[in-house]
Design a protein around this ligand. Structure first.
Ligand SMILES: Nc1nc2c(c(=O)[nH]1)N[C@H]1C(S)=C(S)[C@@H](COP(=O)(O)OP(=O)(O)OC[C@H]3O[C@@H](n4cnc5c(N)ncnc54)[C@H](O)[C@@H]3O)O[C@H]1N2
Ligand code: MOO
Length: 402
């Protein structure tokens, strides 16, 4: 038997980071940057107005009040993106719009609300200090500054930043393309009639979404029956054309556990019992260079195995730290028990109790009980040493994606 840490280390030793590819910016969403990106110019590139109003010389309006406004001639308009008044002199103003370049000579902007809104002449009703409502060149990003490092996952804000520094294309590691397939002759497509002994396939639907949640692209493949030749042919056909394959079922001790039967010794495939619950029977290896994760068939075992082993591996393939889901420390809301020597993942729900996270284990902890997983928002992680943990103790809790 292997520990969870040993099995994960074995997997991570075999998976490789994907090669970088250059993609157009819109196609980079959700990928991971493979190069540091620096700003070729400062942002903002020029001093500009933060308000619609008037560019003025602060000293000219130092005495302005509602009772005693200061009148200034307006030299013209400056709109964002349009060449307008380039310069104002002492004793004059220019009407300016938000984002428009500050004219030379001006050192403050008064918003239109502080004036009478005049077009030829403006009466300023309030004084403004030098620098008022001016956005200085470089106060967001200085020229040459790295705005996104290699290893950054590109979400909306990061893609916006790359566009703001003028990048049309970037070098990224793509989302790993993962095919998920369920094995089992008892499985039927949801929507079809069930004969006695049959069930609807849930694992492949569930794990294809888990792949997406982990930053990959999950694609479900039709159910494969427990036929050794079919299973091997299907996997061989897929290997080499995708970044990873995830299967469920057929890896324990049954007379028809065909995944284990046909893959043992193929490529680098190897099967192990791992000291964890749920998720004891595990297989992993490279088939024609493609990582293949053979997870147990019980739905909760498959789900937990995915989060503990597949998610970190998919992250490693993108050049990210090979982490599982984030954890928090929480106060146990009930006594829990765990078998000695086994890492136990218990479905649970987190709540706040006077500002402290509290965690309550779910009723059903059987590895077939998908209902309690679907109702859970977290997994209590009870380490190998834990046996009886009383209510009130602090435990580590893995937050499930929401
Ligand atoms: N004698 C032993 N029996 C079992 C052991 C053991 O050590 N000795 N381990 C148990 C544990 S723990 C697990 S986990 C399961 C894993 O079994 P398999 O990976 O071989 O999976 P199957 O036998 O194919 O299926 C198990 C269970 O899950 C249901 N299933 C499978 N695929 C799906 C799917 N896609 N959607 C929904 N449900 C699925 C299947 O019908 C079975 O009920 O083995 C134990 N046995
Ligand atoms: O490993 Mo099994 O997952 O405990 O039911």
């Amino acid at each position: 038997m292997r520990t969870v840490a040993e099995h994960l280390a074995g997997i991570l030793a075999e998976v490789s980071v994907l090669a970088p590819e250059e993609v157009a910016l819109p196609d980079a969403a959700g990928t991971v940057l493979a190069e540091p990106v620096a700003a070729p110019v400062a942002l903002p590139p020029f001093d500009n107005s933060a308000m619609d109003g008037y560019a003025v010389v602060a000293a000219d309006i130092a005495g302005a009040t509602e009772a005693s406004p200061v009148a200034l001639p307006v030299r013209g308009d400056i709109a964002a993106g349009v060449a307008g008044v380039a310069e104002i002199g002492v004793g004059s103003a220019a009407r300016i719009m938000t984002g428009a370049p500050l004219p030379a000579g001006a050192d403050a902007v008064v918003p239109v609300e502080w004036t009478d809104g005049g077009v030829r002449d403006v009466r300023v009703l309030r004084a403004a200090p030098p620098g008022n409502y001016i956005r200085r060149s470089g106060e967001d990003v200085v020229a040459g500054q790295v705005v996104a490092d290699a290893g950054t996952r590109l979400g909306a804000a990061q893609i916006g930043m790359l566009a703001a520094v003028g990048r049309p294309r970037v070098s990224v590691r793509r989302k790993p393309r993962v095919v998920v397939l369920s094995t089992g002759s008892e499985l039927r497509e949801p929507g079809s009639e069930l004969e006695p002994g049959q069930i609807w396939d849930s694992n492949s639907f569930m794990l294809a979404v888990a792949v997406d949640e982990a930053g990959g692209t999950g694609r479900r493949r039709a159910i494969v029956a427990d036929d050794p030749a079919d299973v091997l042919r299907t996997l061989r056909d897929l290997a080499g054309s995708v970044d990873a394959i995830v299967t469920t079922g057929g890896v324990s001790m049954g007379a028809r556990d065909v995944v284990k039967e046909v893959l043992t010794g193929v490529g680098t495939m190897a099967f192990h019992k791992v000291r964890m619950r749920p998720g004891k029977p595990q297989g992993f290896g490279l088939l024609d260079g493609t990582p293949v994760f053979t997870l147990p068939g019980n739905p909760v075992s498959a789900y937990v195995s995915f989060q503990v082993f597949v998610r970190p591996a998919l992250r490693a393939m993108q050049g990210l730290p090979p982490e599982s889901l984030p954890t928090v420390s929480a106060v146990l809301g009930a006594d829990v028990r765990s078998p000695a020597g086994i890492r136990h993942y218990q479905r649970s729900r987190l709540s706040e109790n006077r500002g402290h996270p509290t965690v309550t284990p779910a009723e059903g902890q059987g590895s077939h009980q998908l209902g309690s997983l679907a109702g859970a928002d977290s997994l209590i992680v009870l380490d190998e040493e834990a046996e009886a943990v009383p209510a009130g103790a602090h435990v580590e809790v893995m937050r499930l994606p929401s």
